[in-house]
Design a protein around this ligand. Structure first.
Ligand SMILES: CC(C)(COP(=O)(O)OP(=O)(O)OC[C@H]1O[C@@H](n2cnc3c(N)ncnc32)[C@H](O)[C@@H]1OP(=O)(O)O)[C@@H](O)C(=O)NCCC(=O)NCCS
Length: 174
């Protein structure tokens, strides 16, 4: 059973993060990022000064307790304040799992880790501003982690295949 390790990202993770980011954003079906966003723009956004950036490593090839395993970055998330000033006690986060590693619990592990980190950093609630309603795996995971849909933005996302679809604002207190 491969083990997951979640830690703060470093400069050395930039290539792995860009690969995941690029694969997630290019289809244009989950995030309102420009699918043609450059590596520099993407990494500047993901490593913004006000942002805590994390990666998930999968311990892939651990053969025995004497042999260190090869670790592959399979996911990344960011955590930051959703607003400044009077709104700074509410966190915001974004999550990306490599396509090859989805459906294996990486997203759930990041979500749980993120909630704990947000509590540790003193946030009182977490808000997702733009969850595309057709992104079933994300909506279901966030609901399982205690988030509620508190608002629906009608037709706020232009899905490449489904056209204009609703977007959810999701929220939970911590
Ligand atoms: C959304 C995302 C982060 C989920 O990560 P993941 O590692 O695939 O999810 P997990 O394996 O941890 O699964 C957790 C839960 O997600 C839901 N889920 C995962 N894959 C699913 C699928 N194919 N269909 C429906 N629900 C699914 C389930 O509720 C699952 O829990 P369960 O297995 O107990 O039913 C990941 O798919 C991803 O990076 N997608 C692209 C980027 C994105 O959409 N980010 C979120 C934007 S709001």
């Amino acid at each position: 059973m491969p083990s997951l390790n979640i830690r703060l990202a470093t400069e050395a993770d930039r290539n792995a993060i860009w690969e995941i980011f690029h694969d997630v954003v290019t289809p244009g079906d989950t995030y309102a990022f420009d699918p043609k966003m450059s590596r520099e723009e993407a990494l500047a956004y993901w490593f913004r000064a006000d942002t805590h950036t994390y990666v998930v490593e999968l311990d892939c090839l651990k053969q025995s307790s004497f042999q260190p395993g090869y670790r592959r970055v399979v996911g990344t998330y960011i955590l930051r304040a959703n607003q400044t000033g009077g709104g700074a006690h509410v966190a915001n986060a974004a999550f990306m799992v490599a396509a090859s590693a989805r459906g294996e619990g990486v997203g759930r592990a990041m979500g749980e880790h993120c909630l704990n980190e947000a509590r540790r950093l003193g946030f009182r609630a977490m808000q997702f501003n733009f969850v595309v309603s057709t992104n079933e795996s994300a909506v279901r995971l966030w609901q399982q982690l205690g988030f509620k849909v508190v608002g629906t933005l009608p037709g706020a996302f232009r899905h490449p295949a489904k056209g204009y679809v609703d977007v959810y604002v999701m929220f939970r207190s911590l």
